[in-house]
Design a protein around this ligand. Structure first.
Ligand SMILES: [Zn+2]
Ligand SMILES: [Zn+2]
Length: 292
């Protein structure tokens, strides 16, 4: 661990915290405590994990590999589907996400990088930057290829709507199951807690580990100018984003696990979707990357 990280490991720039963002983020965490009253059922846990998986895929394959890096191509309907499902994660909209991520690649691990654990500490890189007033605006100059899509602009503007739709759907689904399949032991409130609140909190911290842990712990295959790492555990929980040193070395590649043993679930799914003709033009690392 570097000296600068050791000194500001637990720092959080509290002066810059945006009250509204922080209130929403905290409420979603506190709402998980409702589980004490709602209890648990198999169907609720399965729904929670399924929604974690599907939304993580939309963030990694959609927000990251498609919108931020254009590492493959797809039609406008599937592009919208990825954007909508990703937005239900309540990590703001696709344009905001892609612009901030491109900013990270331009300024990685410098003072200007909003979520570098090296320059700003672990907690600032994990959640502080997301709640900061510094990250509220979207730099449209960084995403000229995305703002031309009207539907993406709309989603970005009304980003709280998809998560609200998901939360309401969970409540309706739970209430319906309680009425028609009482043996499942679920209810509207239980499904809301597991399918939306707990799943969304797991998703927040799963995605955030790429910014925090994957710039601290792991191996460095490539001597990049940043401190990005390849981290197996982060790759597992983020469906392949943990091969972060690979990614910083060659961000134009759709696959982030460069070898068969580097598990990259988003890549496997995109590969299957390419056989079905839903996505195409998947970019791979060139031979010179493997020669190194
Ligand atoms: Zn990074
Ligand atoms: Zn990236």
């Amino acid at each position: 661990m570097s000296e600068s990280l050791r000194t500001n490991l637990y720092q959080l720039n509290s002066e810059k915290i945006d009250f509204f963002s922080c209130a929403q983020f905290s409420l979603i965490h506190v709402a998980c405590l409702l589980v004490i009253w709602t209890g648990v059922s198999t169907v609720a846990v399965v729904t929670c994990l399924a929604l974690y998986f599907v939304r993580m895929f939309a963030i990694t394959a959609g927000f990251h590999r498609l919108f931020a890096h254009r590492t493959y191509r797809t039609g406008r309907v599937f592009q919208f589907l990825l954007a909508f499902v990703g937005t239900t994660s309540y990590q703001k909209g696709p344009l905001w996400w892609a612009a901030h991520h491109r900013h990270h690649h331009i300024h990685t691990d410098t003072e200007r990088d909003l979520h570098s654990p090296l320059t700003h500490g672990f907690w600032q890189s994990h959640v502080g930057w997301f709640l900061s007033r510094d990250s509220l605006a979207t730099d449209q100059k960084l995403i000229p290829n995305l703002i031309k899509y009207r539907e993406l602009r709309l989603l970005d503007r009304f980003y709280p709507l998809p998560p609200i739709i998901l939360a309401v759907s969970m409540f309706v689904l739970g209430s319906t199951l309680e009425h028609y399949a009482p043996t499942l032991g679920t209810s509207g409130l239980q499904m809301l807690v597991w399918g939306f609140f707990i799943s969304t909190v797991l998703l927040y911290h799963g995605v955030f580990t790429v910014n925090s842990l994957a710039h601290i712990f792991g191996r460095r295959r490539f001597e990049t100018e940043d401190d990005s790492r390849n981290n197996f555990l982060v790759a597992l929980i983020t469906l392949g984003e943990g091969w972060h040193n690979n990614h910083h070395y060659y961000p134009s590649s759709e696959r982030q696990g460069f070898y068969w043993w580097e598990i990259d679930i988003s890549h496997y799914i995109l590969k299957v979707l390419s056989w079905l003709g839903i996505v195409w033009g998947l970019q791979s690392p060139p031979a010179r990357v493997y020669d190194r």
